[in-house]
Design a protein around this ligand. Structure first.
Ligand SMILES: [Zn+2]
Length: 204
C-alpha cells in the first residue's frame, strides 16, 4: 500500500472532483492482506475501541479513524496512520462521525488510561475529558453485550486471584501470579478492566 498510496489517492480524488463513481476496486485498495496483518499485529487482534477480540478481519472492520466518506477525508483512505482495527459494532456506531475539534480517542496515539477509568466491568471517561466522553457516548463503550463479556472475563480472573490468595507462599503461588499477569496482558481482551481488578485485589 505504501508504494501505491499517492497513485491511488490521486485517482480517488480525481474521481471525486469529476463527480464520478469511485470504482470498487480502487476504493477498497486499503483492504489488503499485508495491511490487515500489520493492523492485527499492531492492535494485538483487538478492537481499538472496545478491546474485543477481532480475529477475523473483514473489509468493513478496517477502521478509518478520520472517515473516508467523500465529504469527509477521502484523501486519507490509503493513509496508514488513519487506519485501525475495529469490531463491526464499534465501527458502525462511529460511522462517519468525526469532529476535528473533538476527535475520538485514538489508542494508537492517545493513552487510554489518561482518558478512561475501568471500575469493575464499566468504563468511565475521566472528568473534564470531552474527547473521552464523546468517544464513550458515540461508540457506546458500556453497551450490554460488552458488559456481559467483560463480566465473564473479570470473573475468571477473580477465580485465579482467589486461588492466589488462598495459597501459602511457594512455587504454586508464584505460578498463579504469573498466570494472572498473562491473563491481564495487553494482548488479552478487556485488559483495561482486568488490570484494574488485579490492581485492586492483589496489589493493594
Ligand atoms: Zn469494538
Amino acid at each position: 500500500m505504501k508504494n501505491n498510496k499517492v497513485t491511488w489517492t490521486n485517482a480517488l480524488l480525481g474521481h471525486i472532483a469529476k463527480g464520478e463513481r469511485i470504482p470498487k476496486s480502487l476504493a477498497s485498495n486499503y483492504n489488503q492482506t499485508e495491511v490487515k496483518e500489520a493492523l492485527k499485529t499492531e492492535s494485538k487482534n483487538k478492537c481499538m475501541y472496545c478491546e474485543s477480540n477481532v480475529s477475523h478481519v473483514a473489509h468493513e472492520h478496517i477502521e478509518h479513524i478520520k472517515p473516508k466518506a467523500q465529504n469527509k477525508f477521502p484523501e486519507l483512505t490509503f493513509e496508514w496512520t488513519n487506519l485501525g482495527l475495529a469490531c463491526p459494532v464499534c465501527n458502525m456506531n462511529k460511522g462517519a462521525d468525526y469532529d476535528n475539534n473533538t476527535p475520538f480517542i485514538n489508542p494508537y496515539v492517545d493513552n487510554p488510561t489518561d482518558n478512561f477509568i475501568a471500575m469493575g466491568h464499566f468504563i468511565y471517561n475521566r472528568p473534564n475529558k470531552p474527547r473521552a466522553e464523546l468517544t464513550n457516548r458515540t461508540i457506546e463503550l458500556n453497551r450490554p453485550e460488552l458488559i456481559e463479556k467483560r463480566k465473564e472475563r473479570i470473573e475468571s480472573i477473580i477465580r485465579l486471584i482467589e486461588r492466589y490468595h488462598s495459597m501459602n507462599d511457594g512455587a504454586l503461588k508464584d505460578a498463579l501470579l504469573a498466570e494472572i499477569n498473562l491473563e491481564i496482558a495487553d494482548d488479552k481482551p478487556y485488559s483495561m478492566c482486568s488490570k484494574s481488578i488485579v490492581e485492586a485485589m492483589i496489589n493493594n
